[in-house]
Write a protein that binds this ligand. Sequence first.
Ligand code: XMP
Length: 515
Amino acid sequence: MKGHDVVAVIDFGGQYSHLICRRVRELGVRAELIPYREAGKLMSEDSERVRGVILSGGPASVYSENSPKVDFKALKGKPVLGICYGLQLIAHQLGGEVKKAEKREYGRASIRLLNNTPLFQGLPSEFNVWMSHSDVVTKLPEGFERVAESSNSSNAAIQSSDGMVYGVQFHPEVSHTENGKKILANFIFNICKAQPSWSMDNYAEQAVEEIRREAGSRKALCAVSGGVDSTVAAVLTKKAIGDNLTCVFVNHGLLRKNEAEEVLRIYREELKLPNLIYIDAAERFLNKLKGVKDPEEKRKVIGREFAEIFEEVNSRYGPFELLVQGTLYPDVIESGESRAGAARIKTHHNVGGMPKGIRFKLIEPLRQLYKDEVRLLAEKLGIPPEITRRHPFPGPGLAARVIGEVTGKKLRICREASHIVEEELKKAGLYDKVWQAFAVVGDDKATGVKGDERSYGYIVTIRVVESEDGMTANWVKLPNELLEKIANRITNEVEEATWVTYAITHKPPSTIEPQ
Ligand code: XMP
């Protein structure tokens, strides 16, 4: 996106790379995550906007064969901050030495400042940081001095004498590091002299401009789901190209209770999405899902069916050259599509399942954003709260919450019970405070007594989690009275639900959705 000062975060595959971007943006400066192989390209095409460079952490050892490197010359003398692997790379590539530490340093550590540095300006002389490394810098490159030490690494922070290159062994982006945000602010504002101009207001304006430029006079198709991401992507695109956009809402029969009707009303009456096509494909999806038990297989079946429907829409209403998607940054990471190669966790079909027969060019105006940023953007765009406040919902819908085969019966139980969970949370004023709240049903059954009769019905599991961005999540300790009320309602109102359990694992180790 043109116009903003940018801090380039060069990604070496570290688990916290995306957090660095997030923190930089929280400080009001645009951050772009760049795979390390593409660092040179960014600097040659767009170096003027880049005010500084952050080298992320990463799982490799600098001295191992084929370890990722950075071409320091290509960074064109911009200020550099290396974090963890980034620090080791600075030492290793600029003539210092890195060795395996005698003791791996993981978790909280205390660092002591040794010399003045603009990086730690205004900070106390000793504070706690978060470490996660097994290599240490044992010799500094020429022209560098150490500015902080910890009990395990004597070079916990270093700087070059010309004040342009800095490195820290710890992770300032992680919330456990005290003063972490201040350290990043010192780097961005005092050292890089970046101007804070990143806000959702001008993000929207610039996104619209960019879509308009990319699209030209071409026609675009956007699959809208009722979720905040695809809706925001569609509204931005509508603002950019108006009637050249066609929106399609596919009901795969795996939606929440009353969802299709409510969403259609908002799309038609409030947002007036252009050329809206509604396709009721419930039967089609459910037929294809018959007998499919494996979670990844279910995702694939659903992805394939979506792709087929897109092809049909394309030949009937198109041809479209552009496909608009509300892909978010966490989708990109969790699909293992992250540019430096994070591991694949689940196939998110909204990233992976593209129609094979059509060569769409993708427009993904939210690819760099997190959910909370998108919600903010949605509010700025005047999208109603029924959509902005709606909990995230997976593309495969209730198929991710019905464990094993998706049958009509399990689907009904899951849908009705989820509705009760949501309704009770809303009544208790907690719906907006949690990330997701839903019911899960599998094939496990348990005995109940309803009236005077024994019945052998399904076990329903409730999952309620809080999260900042879906990457990690904690189960919510709901009041017992509320849990009791939900359980009572489910067993009373949902036919064939006999037991209710509550899921009490965090993510990690569990994921949010059971499948
Ligand atoms: P997990 O279950 O992986 O979910 O911890 C993290 C977040 O992503 C949502 N999710 C999906 N979204 N397609 C989607 O569009 C999917 O296949 C999918 N699987 C999970 C999930 O609801 C949670 O918010």
